[in-house]
Design a protein around this ligand. Structure first.
Ligand code: GTP
Length: 338
């Protein structure tokens, strides 16, 4: 199954950079070496085995934008599953950017009216009062969208906000996301797990999370001190993957130190970012990353391959549950997910 994803926005807004961080596993620090994209760069990214993301990175220089809108409209905007439009947070000439955006949106409405639209206010690391800036930009972008349904994210290649946005975006493209979540909840029950999270193998984007009923009396995940992946979340779990996600023990994911100047992200996105950094470090010493086990004072976590395209992270708070048992359950669950 092929899904066309259009990546658009002004030149220098950071489109190719985010593509290289998410899909080519390049560190953010190397993106300054990337050259401007000439015309459209098409990439096929295999995702979860069957799903192929046909990524169209559209060079954002004015001459290219004019050509997409005047000469290549039907080619560019046909059969689009998702439009991702990137706005630089500190752009001075926002009016021109918005005009191109409106024209692209009109073309998208004509050729792919069912496409989902995601707007990224990018380079948020450069903004001082992130929450206020994002609120203002969101309002501005909603007005410019003329009633078309949009989802806005603040992103930066230098933190996990990029993973939050892209996890949400690919989630809309996964045809069997509901089934995956159901299987994951079964696995969570079998393991008496507090949390179970499914990641795509190469990008480490979050695909699904378990959702146990709110009545569950499982212990809460108190923020441990040793593992950065489970450090205190800076805000609530509104990544929008599944609204009921982790509704049991939800206090575990509630913010404990809300910083109004930081954007809300969850531990999932932070985990994606940290594991990718760890994988990168492994590859630098020519070691391949396979799995991870953590046994800390108040929880145990196992991250292991589930299928050839996914990894699963299981967190339990019951000290009597052995990691070997969790790994065996992962092995036994494999068939369901393949
Ligand atoms: P065109 O190919 O011309 O359309 O540009 P582009 O949108 O693909 O921009 P590109 O990815 O080449 O990024 C331009 C510059 O922005 C690079 O120097 C990146 O390092 C930088 N950049 C990308 N993302 C971020 C970010 O989140 N924060 C900051 N501070 N810089 C970023």
């Amino acid at each position: 199954m092929k899904k066309k994803v259009l990546l658009m926005g002004a030149s220098g807004s950071g489109k190719t950079s985010m593509r290289s961080v998410i899909f080519s596993n390049n560190p953010a620090s190397l993106t300054s070496r990337l050259g401007a994209t000439i015309d459209v760069e098409q990439n096929h990214v295999r995702f979860l085995g069957d799903l192929i993301l046909n990524l169209w990175d559209c060079g954002g220089q004015d001459a290219f934008m004019d050509s997409y809108l005047a000469l290549q409209q039907s080619t560019i905007f046909q059969h689009v599953g998702v439009l991702i439009y990137v706005f630089e947070v500190e752009l001075r000439n926002m009016a021109k950017d918005l005009e191109y955006y409106r024209n692209c949106l009109a073309a998208l409405q004509r050729y792919s009216p069912d496409a989902a639209v995601f707007l990224l206010v990018h380079k948020m690391d450069l903004a001082r009062d992130k929450v206020a800036v994002l609120e203002r930009k969101t309002h501005e972008l909603k007005q410019a969208s003329d009633g078309v349904e949009i989802t806005v994210f603040g992103t930066s290649i230098y933190d996990e906000s990029l993973y939050k946005a892209w996890s949400r975006i690919v989630h809309t493209l996964i045809p069997n996301a509901v089934v995956l979540s159901k299987h994951l909840t079964t696995l969570a029950r079998a393991c008496s797990a507090t949390e179970v999270i499914l990641f795509e193998r190469t990008t480490f984007l979050v695909i699904a999370t378990s959702s146990l009923p709110p009545t569950s009396t499982l212990p809460l995940a108190s923020p441990p001190t040793m593992s950065p992946a489970y450090s205190t979340p800076s805000s609530s779990h509104t990544n929008g993957l599944t609204p009921t996600t982790f509704s049991h023990g939800s206090a575990a994911l509630e913010p404990t130190d809300i910083d109004p100047h930081k954007l809300p992200v969850t531990r999932y996105e932070r985990t994606s970012e940290l594991i990718k950094a760890f994988k990168h470090a492994c590859s630098r010493v020519r070691e391949e990353f396979h799995a991870l086990e953590m046994e800390l004072a108040d929880f145990t976590a196992v991250l292991d391959e589930l299928t050839k395209n996914t990894y699963v992270l299981i967190v339990v708070h019951d000290p009597t549950i052995e990691t070997a048992a969790l790994r065996m359950n992962i092995r036994l669950a494999r068939k369901k997910f393949e």
